[in-house]
Ligand binder design. Sequence first.
Ligand SMILES: [Zn+2]
Length: 262
Amino acid sequence: MNAPLPSPTGRMPRAQASTRRLLVSIHDVSPRSEGAIDALAERLERRLGHANFAMLVIPDHWREAPIAGNAAFHARLRQWAGQGIEMFLHGWCHRDETPATRGLAGIKGKHMTAGEGEFLNLTRDAAAARMRDGKALLEDILGQPVAGFIAPAWLYGPGALAALDDLGFALAEDHMKVWSPLSGKVLARGPVVTWANRSPGRIRSSLWFAGLARRALPVMPTLRVAVHPGDVTVPDLLASIDATLARFADTHAPSRYAGLLA
Ligand SMILES: [Zn+2]
């Protein structure tokens, strides 16, 4: 087992016994980005210790990477879960497949997230069907319950929120909070720190936000960090991710989402 590295200040994490938690996740886990997932997992382990992070699994990313029937990838998923990595269901295909631009929600989904808001415009029945199928598939592969459901781009329309009530997931999160769909209780508040890699402008603004977050957010009891496969292609993003994890792990114990339910 790897212990978390000392921070740049030379101090070891001092929050192990407190309720100051650092929750870190790798988004968009699917067969189409296995190499990047491995690189991110290795990086997180160096900063956080063994398996102290979550993975968000997409059953069929952009309908190009089905995990159903992919025995080699099933073995990887079981191996990760067996190490103690929390496995969340992350939509079904990740893409908003509903007709374009109906009102504000349409604009938000199509333009702000490059069409990745799969659960923004679905009806309750359609959202519930995707959640139910994804949960059954992933739990069948893993042989254990999923940790929860997290919508692509953290975007939930009214149909998706209503469907969550039907499915019995233990945990869900959006940009600003973690909650339990079972109890309706909000378990943690505060913005998730994440990085965009799609364009130079978005890269610059996410580097700026992460720098601000390192200074301002550690007053919060729970800190959240999310990384994506595309981050590994941008050295400046990797440096910012490392700096952010080092700062946050200095005061907040790398933890499991399930700890919020205890
Ligand atoms: Zn995603």
